[in-house]
Structures are given as C-alpha cells and as structure tokens.
Write a protein that binds this ligand. Structure first.
Ligand SMILES: *[C@@H]1O[C@H](CO)[C@@H](O)[C@H](O)[C@H]1NC(C)=O
Ligand SMILES: *[C@@H]1O[C@H](CO)[C@@H](O)[C@H](O)[C@H]1NC(C)=O
Ligand SMILES: *[C@@H]1O[C@H](CO)[C@@H](O)[C@H](O)[C@H]1NC(C)=O
Ligand SMILES: *[C@@H]1O[C@H](CO)[C@@H](O)[C@H](O)[C@H]1NC(C)=O
Ligand SMILES: *[C@@H]1O[C@H](CO)[C@@H](O)[C@H](O)[C@H]1NC(C)=O
Ligand SMILES: *[C@@H]1O[C@H](CO)[C@@H](O)[C@H](O)[C@H]1NC(C)=O
Ligand SMILES: *[C@@H]1O[C@H](CO)[C@@H](O)[C@H](O)[C@H]1NC(C)=O
Length: 367
C-alpha cells in the first residue's frame, strides 16, 4: 500500500515542471495532495482517473458510493465524480461527504434538494462545467455552514451568486461571463480571503458590491473590462491583480484606500506615462509592482520599500535614479531586489554612475 502511494505521488510530481511553475501543497484536502498553480492563479485539483482502477476502490470500500463516483477508502469523506460527462450532480450523495469533486462535467444546475442530505460539505469543486446563474437555486448553498472552498471557474455564470454561506474562505469564479455582482452577495462573507474573478466581464464595482469582505487579501480582477481602477475595494486587500484591463490612466488616489496593498499587478493595461500620476505608486506598503507590457516611456516614482519591479516590454528610454531614491544616505536607499527593464529602449550603458548607491541591495537587473 505504501508503495502504491509513493508511486502515485511520483506520477503527480513528474507531471509538473517545478522549475517553472511554483506549486504548493495544501493540506486541507481530505486525502490526496492538492496542487495549486499560483502562477496561473488557477487551481488544478487532481483527478484520480487514469491513476487507479476505479474497480479497486469499489472492491475495497464497503461504504455506499454513487455509481458515478469513486470513493477511495483511504479518504472516506472525499467523492471523486469528476470528468465523466455528468449532466447533473449524482443523487444519493452519502452524508459523510465533505470534499466533492465534480470538475470537468456538463452540469448546468445546482438545486438545494440534491445537497440537502449533506451537512458537512467543506469543498465543492465544480470547475469546468456549464453552471448557469438562473439555474443556481438561491437556497442550494445557504445551509452549507461548513463550506470553505467553492471553486466554480470556467462555467457560464453571469453574476456572482448570492446567499453564499458565511464560513466561505475561498471563492473562485474565474473565466465565467460575470458582468454583475448580486446586491449583498458578499455581505456575510467576513472570512473570505481569496476571491478570483479574472476573465469575466466586469466593468465597474459599485459602492457596496464588495461590502462585508473584511478578511479579503487576494482579489484577482485581471482580464475584465475595467477602464479605471475600481473604487470601493476592501481595505484589507494585500494582493490586487488588475492585469489585462484597458485602463485609461491612474490617478493620484487610485490606490489610496488600500492601506495593506503589497502586490500590485498592472501588466497589459495599455498604460501611458502621461496618464499615470507621478505619485500613484508612492506608498510604503508596496513590495511588488508589475507594469510589464504597457507603453510607459519613463520609470515611475516608486517607494524605497519596493523590492520587485517589473517593467519589461515598455518604451522606457532613460534611467533616472530619482525614480527609486529621493536622496541617498546611510539609511535612505532603495530596497529593490529584482528590477526588470528588458524589452525597452535602453541599454546597460545608460545607467548613471551613481545608481549603485541607490540600488545597493539589488540582486538582479535585466536590461
Ligand atoms: C436524502 O435522504 C432521504 C432519506 O434517507 C432519501 O430518501 C433521499 O432520496 C435523499 N435525497 C437525496 C437527494 O439524496
Ligand atoms: C452538455 O449538455 C448540453 C445540453 O445541456 C449538450 O448540448 C452538450 O452536447 C453536452 N456536452 C457534452 C460534452 O456532453
Ligand atoms: C435550511 O435550513 C433550514 C433550518 O434548518 C430549513 O428550514 C430549510 O429547509 C433548509 N433549506 C434547504 C434548502 O435545505
Ligand atoms: C470566521 O472565522 C472565525 C475565526 O476562525 C470563526 O471564529 C468564525 O466562526 C468564522 N465565521 C463563520 C461564519 O464561519
Ligand atoms: C486578456 O483577456 C482576454 C479576455 O479575457 C483574453 O482573451 C486574453 O488571453 C488575455 N490576455 C492575456 C495576456 O492575459
Ligand atoms: C513619496 O512619499 C514619501 C513618503 O510619503 C515622500 O517623503 C516623498 O517626497 C514622496 N516622493 C516624491 C517624489 O514626492
Ligand atoms: C531626474 O528627474 C528629476 C525629477 O523629475 C529631474 O529634476 C532631473 O533633472 C532628472 N535627471 C536627469 C538626469 O534626467
């Protein structure tokens, strides 16, 4: 048995190029390791299909198990019903179910009666299905007080569902067709830390839309239709991803309410230096700033606390130390570790002689 597990783990490991993709294991999985690809911002919840003969699970496990699922005996609270063209959630889900894997099916609706017998559901993974907002019964998840993770990436949802259970920690709704947030959708979600909405059709976030998200630290709004940095974002946000929106510019106060903001991604946003206020990034919580693939012609002013700055593939022509250091002294210098300036219109020879006194802890520079 131990050998079998080791074998499986090796299969799982060999499927990833660990040099390029940052992977972490998450231990709250009810069984097998879950690998999350942080670079894609997308979970890849592993399937058991093709790894272990389903007959083996069935022969070994005397507990009831729906015909359409695998119920591994080692992980008694997990049901693997993924990747089998299911049109509906299987009936007769055992009440022991805590981790329900339904990704890669053809499920369009979620009704309250199907989940009514389960009270301990912790994860509902329903990525890559056909879920539609009007077929999502309002009461379906309301009573799932133990639900922590709801992953519904790559479905057909047109709005953020309302009446989500208050204990939710992660809500992943990337790559749907979401253009609106139902009023009060988040009002009870005090414990939500991760909200993924990239690859949707959002244009604005109205006051009150995100009200209630007191613990949110990661908000991914990349690849939507924003033309300006949305206002009314929760002040707890530390990671804000807005890449791949066509932003018309950045104002002095675009991020002023985000007192905890550390990681800001604004690549592929068609930003021009003229439309970017010189002081917009000058706040000291910032650690990482991604401005790659824009049309900037100069390096914006950044705080001395910044450690990672990505400016590759812009039109930057010169390097002015004042962007990084207002003055240089024993304690006043830039904490920059990685600076990317490759794919711009400048060469290493253009660096002024005094740059090393300012960027004195730099580990890597790409020009
Ligand atoms: C819920 O449990 C009842 C009683 O065991 C059963 O009759 C019913 O079919 C179950 N419902 C579902 C959706 O599994
Ligand atoms: C999924 O269901 C729709 C109808 O709801 C059907 O048209 C489509 O062929 C199904 N796709 C697969 C892969 O079964
Ligand atoms: C939710 O729980 C309440 C109280 O326990 C119950 O009355 C109601 O029928 C439940 N709703 C659903 C959809 O199961
Ligand atoms: C939110 O998290 C806190 C701390 O873990 C916990 O005490 C509280 O019950 C949670 N709220 C809900 C609604 O689950
Ligand atoms: C940007 O978003 C669009 C629409 O969501 C998508 O098709 C495109 O691949 C994205 N581009 C990048 C570079 O992420
Ligand atoms: C950036 O902010 C710091 C601290 O608030 C301030 O001292 C400095 O003058 C600002 N930089 C510029 C270029 O205005
Ligand atoms: C660098 O920028 C500062 C402030 O914008 C300016 O006063 C100075 O002339 C610039 N230095 C060079 C070499 O362009």
């Amino acid at each position: 048995m131990a050998l079998l597990f080791l074998g499986m783990l090796l299969v799982l490991l060999s499927g990833f190029d660990t040099a390029q993709t940052l992977v972490v294991t998450d231990m709250d999985y009810g069984g097998i390791p879950l690998w999350i690809n942080r670079l894609l911002g997308e979970p890849s919840v592993l399937t058991l299909q093709g790894r272990v003969d389903p007959g083996w699970f069935r022969a070994k496990n005397p507990q009831p198990c729906p015909e359409q699922c695998d119920c591994p005996i080692q992980w008694p609270t997990s049901l693997y019903c993924d990747h089998r063209d299911l049109k509906n959630i299987p009936e007769g889900l055992p009440d022991r179910t805590q981790y329900l894997f339904l990704q890669g099916n053809n499920i369009s609706s979620l009704s309250s009666s199907l989940l009514a017998n389960i009270t301990g559901l912790r994860w509902l993974i329903i990525d890559n299905n056909q879920l539609q907002s009007d077929k999502l019964e309002r009461a379906s998840l309301q009573n799932q007080t133990q639900l922590r993770y709801l992953f519904a990436n790559r479905n057909q949802l047109t709005s953020v569902p309302s009446a989500l259970p208050a204990g939710l920690r992660q809500l992943r709704l990337a790559h749907n067709r979401i253009s609106s947030i139902d009023p009060g959708a988040f009002q009870n979600l005090n414990n939500l830390t991760v909200l993924l909405l990239q690859g949707n059709r959002l244009q604005i976030i109205a006051e009150g839309d995100l009200k209630g998200l007191a613990s949110l630290y990661l908000l991914d709004l990349s690849g939507n239709s924003f033309s300006a940095v949305p206002r009314h974002l929760p002040p707890s946000v530390q990671q804000l991803y807005l890449s791949n929106n066509s932003l018309s510019g950045l104002d002095e106060d675009s991020f002023v309410d985000l007192l905890s903001l550390k990681y800001l991604r604004l690549s592929h946003c068609r930003l021009q230096s003229l439309d970017v206020h010189p002081q917009v990034f000058n706040f000291s919580s910032l650690v990482e700033l991604d401005l790659a693939y824009n049309t900037l012609t100069s390096i914006p002013t950044v705080p001395t606390t910044l450690e990672y700055l990505y400016l590759e593939a812009n039109y930057i022509q010169d390097f002015n130390v004042t962007s990084f250091c207002r003055d240089v002294g024993p304690l006043s210098y830039s904490r920059m570790k990685i600076l990317r300036l490759d794919g711009n219109k400048m060469t290493y020879h253009q660096l002024p002689p005094d740059w090393v006194y300012c960027l004195r802890v730099l580990q890597k520079i790409y020009i």
